[in-house]
Write a protein that binds this ligand. Sequence first.
Ligand code: NAD
Length: 252
Amino acid sequence: MSEEQKRKTALVTGATRGIGAAVARRLAQDGCNVAINCLNEQLRDEQGLAVAEACRAFGVEAECFIADVSSHDQCREMVDTVKARFGSLDIAVNNAGITADGLLVRMKEEQYDKVIAVNQKSVFNITKFAGAVMMRQRSGRIINVSSVAGLYGNPGQINYSASKAAIVGMTLTAAKELGSRGITVNAVAPGFIRSDMTDVLAEEYKKKVLDLISLGHFGEIEDVANAVAFLASDGARYITGQVLVIDGGLMM
Ligand code: NAD
C-alpha cells in the first residue's frame, strides 16, 4: 500500500468469535485497520486478543474495544475512542447478536427485550455515532448483519426475527438518509452458518434445515465474511439499501 493510500478503519461489533471474528480477519486481509469490539474484559482476554493478533498478521493495526453495544453511552464512547485511535472510521459492521429462543406464548418479557436491545438497538447506536463520523468524512460503509429469520420468520424466534426484520428497515432508512454524504448502508442475511450460535441447536432440527438447503451443506463464517468484505470494498460503491441473502439456497 502506498504512502498516500491511507488505511481504512473498520469497526466490527461482537468480533470476539464466529462471524464477527471472521469479518475482522477478512477486512484485515484486505488492508483495513480493525477495531474489534468485545462485550467485556473476559471475552477480550479469552478471545478478542487472539483475533487482534490474527488481524495484525496481515500487517495492519488491530485493537480491542470493550462495549456492550446495547448501551447508547458505551457505543458513543467506543466510536469516539476508535476515531481518536485510528484517525478515521470508514467501515462499521453491526454484527453483535444473541438468541433467546422460545415459543411466542411462553416467551418472557425480559427474553424479548434483551434480544431487541442487543440485536436491534445496537444497530441504532452504532449507526448513529459511526454515521455522524462518516458524514463529516463524506464517505463510509455500514453493513448490518440481519438474518433469513427476519425476512421469512422462524418458529421459536419471535424476538430474534423481530430484531432482524427491524435491521432491514433500519438499513433502508439509513441508506436513504446517509447516501448524499457518500455513505452506503447494506445488510447481509445469513441462513444457517456453522458457529457457536448454531452448534447448540438440536441435531434433529439441524437435519431438517439441511434437507432444505439447495447446496446441501451449512454455510461457514467465511462465507458471510466474504460478502461483508465485498460490500465494504470499492467494487460495491454503487450498491446501497440492499439485503444480500447468504443461505446456500435455503429460502427461495
Ligand atoms: P456468536 O454467538 O458466535 O457471536 C456473537 C458475538 O456477539 C460474540 O462475539 C458475542 O460476544 C457478541 N455479543 C453478544 N452480545 C453483545 C453485546 N451486548 N455487545 C457486544 N457484543 C456482543 O454468533 P454468530 O453465529 O457469529 O452470529 C453473528 C451475527 O450473525 C449475529 O448477529 C447473528 O444473529 C447473525 N446470524 C448468524 C447466523 C448463524 O447461522 N450463525 C445466521 C443468521 C444471522
